[in-house]
Design a protein around this ligand. Sequence first.
Ligand code: NAD
Length: 495
Amino acid sequence: MDQLTHFINGEFTAASARTAPVYNPATGQQTAEVSLASVAETENAIAVAKEAFTSWSAVTPLNRSRILFKFKTILEARRDELAAAITKEHGKVYEDACGEITRGLEVVEFACGIPQLLKGDFTEQVGRDIDAYSTSQPLGVVAGITPFNFPAMVPMWMWPIAIATGNTFILKPSEKDPSATFLVAEWLKEAGLPDGVFNIVNGDKESVDVLLTHTDIEAVSFVGSTPIAEYIYSTASKHCKRVQALGGAKNHLIVMPDADLDGAVNALMGAAYGSAGERCMAISVAVAVGDIGDALVEKLAEKTRQLKVGNGVNHRLDMGPLVTKEHLAKVKGYVDLGVEEGATLVVDGREHTVEGHEDGYFMNGCLFDNVSTDMRIYQEEIFGPVLCVVRVPDYATAAKMINDHEYGNGTSIYTRSGSIARKFAHDIQVGMVGVNVPIPVPMAFHAFGGWKRSLFGSNHVHGEEGVRFYTKRKAVTIRWPGDGLAAEFNMPTMK
Ligand code: NAD
């Protein structure tokens, strides 16, 4: 059985005293044991990263970006190996794992342009014979704590920009699928990244708490569920760190009566059931406006019954298993709850076995109709292949529902009306908005982030917001000595 330890100072460490099992969700078999770092092991990683910061922050941005270029070529050549590692521990289908890698790689490509992104500004003559300029400098040691659902992409929202801007990085990946990041660490080393710049500490709350409170950690990026995001934000801010903590979601897609119905149905199928619904940008609520509900539900039901579910290593499947046995039970529990709450279970995918994989954590797609806003299946994040249809009379009711929801990660509208689309994009209280686009995930050169209880902190991830998050500004005002200047006791003003 594989022993997954930690990657510190360019080396894999010995196993920790505490470990957790890692499973292949398609077979239900344990495949590895992951170390859970102690306080001392985490502190050691921080000390190593702090030591590495001195020399790494002195490397020129151009040379830092050259290492990322090299990494990009290595990753492109070995994408299949990384995708296989993701599928083996997460369960998502292989092609979807490749998509995740591409979206992560886009952030590496963005970070390759760091010399341009770090250009400061300069003003000549802010005062007589005085010039002023501002620069962006790295913070020091920064940490990333990431969820199970995108084991390669979500860390890549963080570390490429963090290290390109001159910081050193400690990643605490999800203990459910930690292998993908080990490949990344090895390939970064091969690309020429000095030891100690990128470190991996596997673990649970014990190691996370060290990262949140240690005086040598300057900033914390977190992606995961809302209760933990809130805990991360409040604890790390209390310890005077910069924090961006992205949380959970309940994303709605409005289908207007004038929408291209087949387009909307196809969009909903991919966005609700892709990756078995284990995406923070998954659409879990379809809002049927006016009289479109019957036709929408009929078409969705037909397609949901045809979903192809199996081991993600096989090609041309729509969905793999859920990540763990416990998560499968939780999602099925929500489907039971929806039935008890009075929603109409149009397609029941709770029982689903895959031949030869009887111990895998499989279920099929579930479709609820007549869901109302007072139901828990509407209010809470299920994070599984369960789509709820809510029927409303008009656009205003649909928009109000979305605005009243505690989450505000992503949302979309399908319509042919430019004025409704414009109104939606402007009014809706959600961070990422799509018009006739199912999952409006911004590209790497824009910022990604939700509103309300989907994000705690003021910075979204990647794009220029990412550069801003991982750097501190310095304003320099310069006068070269001329003839003797008299002492000034009043507040200096530029003359
Ligand atoms: P999670 O909150 O359980 O875990 C996330 C990370 O926090 C993991 O590294 C985990 O080890 C750590 N953690 C868990 N409990 C902790 C505790 N008590 N103290 C300290 N650290 C702890 O999330 P998950 O189940 O891995 O991922 C799914 C969640 O992530 C969903 O809610 C999903 O919406 C969210 N997510 C959000 C985004 C986004 O961009 N907003 C993106 C991806 C996933």
